[in-house]
Design a protein around this ligand. Structure first.
Ligand code: HEM
Length: 174
């Protein structure tokens, strides 16, 4: 069966690991009371990971727009092919929307983002105390949506591997 190309496989797994790390760090850092040096360090790491995800998501979208994903086997039911297609589209949307919402939230709080502590990223809006709580909620709920979508994605992959045994999961393995 046709496989994903090497760049697509590499991007898939690097982005997956970075998203899991940024997600776990995000939940951990917001629970640290007060404003300690550790908390600030974690906030910076979280933002750098998120910005990296955004950059890699751009590369991935570029790959996707220039390559067709491998076709599904003919025996896979139409509804499953459609569901997979929509779920993947939603994952693409969230890969962009989550980092962008975090970035805008940070700017609304009046904090510039300095990538890796070296490269100041564009400040394209003034601090906005009214928008700030709304953007925080948006960032949070987009993340909870991602959690649900990723759970479905993983369950579907496991079903293909262990129940259908159709080799679909292997197409994205390194
Ligand atoms: C894949 C990318 C990202 C993921 C998965 C992610 C995930 C999360 C999660 C799970 C939280 C905890 C939410 C809560 O419990 O309130 C969080 C908080 C936060 N994120 Fe992200 N995030 C990402 C990208 C970014 C980016 C790019 C920035 C900024 C440049 C950012 C800035 C923040 C900030 C400032 C908070 C703390 C919110 C607060 O003040 O409580 N995030 N993120």
């Amino acid at each position: 069966m046709e496989r994903y190309t090497k760049p697509a496989v590499l991007l898939h797994w690097i982005i997956a690991l970075l998203i899991i790390a940024a997600f776990a760090l995000g939940l951990t850092m917001v629970d640290i009371p007060g404003l300690t040096p550790t908390k600030l360090k974690y906030f910076s790491w979280h933002k750098w990971m998120g910005v990296t995800v955004l950059g890699l998501a751009c590369l991935r979208l570029l790959w996707r727009l220039t390559h067709a994903a491998p076709a599904y086997p003919a025996h896979m039911p139409q509804w499953q092919q459609k569901a997979a297609h929509h779920l993947h589209a939603l994952l693409y949307v969230l890969m962009f929307a989550i980092p962008v919402s975090g970035y805008i939230y940070t700017l609304s709080a009046g904090v510039p983002v300095v990538y890796l502590g070296l490269f100041p990223l564009p400040v394209f809006m003034a601090p906005d105390p009214q928008l700030k709580p709304l953007l925080k909620l948006v960032h949070y709920w987009l993340n909870m949506t991602l959690l649900a979508v990723v759970c479905l994605h993983v369950l579907a992959a496991l079903k293909h591997q262990f129940i259908d045994r159709d080799g679909i999961f292997k197409r994205i393995l390194p």
